[in-house]
Design a protein around this ligand. Sequence first.
Ligand code: GAR
Length: 191
Amino acid sequence: MANLAVFASGTGTNFCAIADRIATTAHQVVCLLGDVPDAPVLQRAAERGIPAHCISYRARPREDAELELLAHVNRYNTDLIALAGFMRLLTPQFLDAFSGQVINVHPSLLPRYPGIGAIEKSIESSDTELGITIHEVDYGLDTGPVLLQRSFDRNGGDSPAVLAERIHHLEHRWYPEVIIGLLDALPRKDS
Ligand code: GAR
């Protein structure tokens, strides 16, 4: 059994997909860490009985907020961190201090459209193929080694809302599976 922490800033549909799928395994979502006080994801974690903490980035250096994040991560004996719509760049200080792996889901076929607004930029483009990327987090913005990409051929008649929904569907389908694969591959703690 391994311990997953999820970082999220928003609605939390990916968090829900992850938490509900992990609940069918021997692994555990040990905490949800957010940075937006009224983000729906905090409530969604509470509904699932998963400890949720909101760490403020306001009026202080982000390194201070990250020290708080790190304290939670360590307190919950976290093996893997999954960013799920966490709209903050983690500093090298944080990434070097955390002993496990950090991964992210991004709603485009990286290296296309890193950063915010990726879904809108994908949809507004003339790209015929849209999709998602799951990748390791490094010091850059959506630049780490790719673990998995999934895509679909855009149907010329699909509305932006349908295209966005298809992108989210890929995230919800594949991100939990990649996470479980990584958790399964961790050395057993009791051996
Ligand atoms: C997801 O589409 C995720 O890929 C994106 O934020 C959304 C969060 O939705 N993340 C990024 O753009 C990170 N660069 P959710 O809160 O419903 O899971």
